[in-house]
Design a protein around this ligand. Structure first.
Ligand SMILES: NC(=O)c1ccc[n+]([C@@H]2O[C@H](COP(=O)([O-])OP(=O)(O)OC[C@H]3O[C@@H](n4cnc5c(N)ncnc54)[C@H](O)[C@@H]3O)[C@@H](O)[C@H]2O)c1
Length: 328
């Protein structure tokens, strides 16, 4: 298959590209190497994918460019069977500082992908949506019909983009699926996330810092599970036109997470507390029964197992990864 992964040098897109190349597909990555976090992580991801392509049957082409460039997007989409649209301006907190950029990249960028896709024969467009579309919980866990009232510009931009994805499916008969990811973690994760920070601080003998009282809860979703859900969409059309939660079943509060990592890495340390960020969601928790029913989606790891794997990977890659976490 010929697959375009936008944002394919990033954390999630990079793992998708890696999986697709390893399966022998022809992968094109479009990424502008946005400096939202240290781009050396992205260079590393590109190298991993290129090496895989050199050693196997798949192919890999990196195009450095912007999803806001409609002409470029149209040219790339015209040449593939599938689009995995992962490019996006991530991050809830910084979206409060620069909401317009979030709209331009996340909404206009998505419209470019959708417009290009409706002009050509495309098997499927898969969109990376977010649990941030839910906002304040009226009940938990969130199922996909839970009201969407985002409380950050980031969440609003993802919801707007997601609505366009569904509208294009309806109006232009474009096969689309939107996956609402719930806090994804794993190797090469963005350095400015809770799990990478907790691990790095503990390994360096510093107490992990929890924002707020730590009672906020999250579904932390292991990257391999996210990749599995995406890969299923190469062959399965059961979710076309749908929005699906992709989370874990192992909801955990942030304080317990910090303690779990501390206990695994440096049990002698205390936990530190700092002021909570207003735009952060209080609780996210996914009802994943729809993804299970339509795609057979089943998370493979508990948070304890996933964290253990991440800590092992972190130790093995500490020389190049840790400086990036410490600088973030
Ligand atoms: N990581 C999570 O927990 C999470 C949760 C929910 C949703 N998402 C969504 O999943 C997608 C991937 O997230 P991620 O964690 O891998 O983030 P990431 O920042 O690692 O990856 C996004 C990639 O998109 C690229 N990009 C940004 N703006 C671009 C532009 N204008 N043109 C081309 N490329 C551009 C970046 O350079 C980056 O490599 C994003 O759309 C994000 O909103 C992520």
């Amino acid at each position: 298959m010929r697959i375009l992964v936008t944002g394919g040098a990033g954390f999630i897109g990079g793992h998708l590209a890696e999986r697709f190349v390893s399966r022998g597909h022809d992968v094109v990555v479009l990424d502008n190497f946005d400096p939202f976090y240290d781009t050396r992580i992205k260079d590393h991801t590109v190298e991993v994918c290129q090496n895989l392509a050199d050693d196997g049957d798949g192919s890999y082409r990196l195009v450095e460019g912007d999803v806001r460039d409609a002409e470029l997007v149209e040219e790339l989409v015209a040449d593939v069977d599938y689009v995995y649209h992962q490019a996006g301006q991530a991050g809830v907190r910084p979206s409060v500082e620069d909401p317009r950029k979030y709209n331009e990249v996340n909404v206009d960028g998505t419209l470019n992908v959708l417009d290009a896709a409706r002009k050509t024969e495309i098997e499927r467009v898969v969109f990376a949506s977010s649990s941030s579309v839910y906002g304040k919980p009226e009940y938990l866990p969130y199922d996909e019909v839970h009201p969407t009232t985002p409380v950050s510009p980031y969440g609003a931009s993802k919801l707007a983009a997601e609505r366009y994805v569904c509208a294009y499916s309806e109006v232009y008969d474009l096969p689309t699926v939107a996956l609402r990811y719930f806090t994804v973690y794993g190797p090469r994760m963005r350095p400015n996330m809770a799990i990478s920070n907790f691990v790095s601080r503990c390994l360096n003998g510093e107490p992990p810092v929890v924002y707020g009282d730590g009672t906020q809860t999250r579904d932390f979703t292991y990257i391999e599970d996210v990749v599995d859900a995406n890969e299923a969409l190469l062959t399965d059309d059961a979710a076309d036109g749908e929005v699906l939660n992709i989370g874990s079943t192992d909801n955990i509060d942030i304080l317990t997470l910090a303690e779990e990592i501390r206990d695994q890495v440096a049990p002698e340390l205390d936990i530190e507390f700092a002021e909570r960020f207003e735009a952060d969601a209080e609780h996210t928790h996914a009802d994943i029964s729809k993804a299970n029913e339509l795609l057979g989606y089943e998370p493979s790891r508990t948070i304890r197992e996933g964290v253990q794997e991440f800590v092992e990977w972190y130790r093995a890659n500490r020389d190049w990864y840790e400086p990036l976490v410490l600088e973030s």
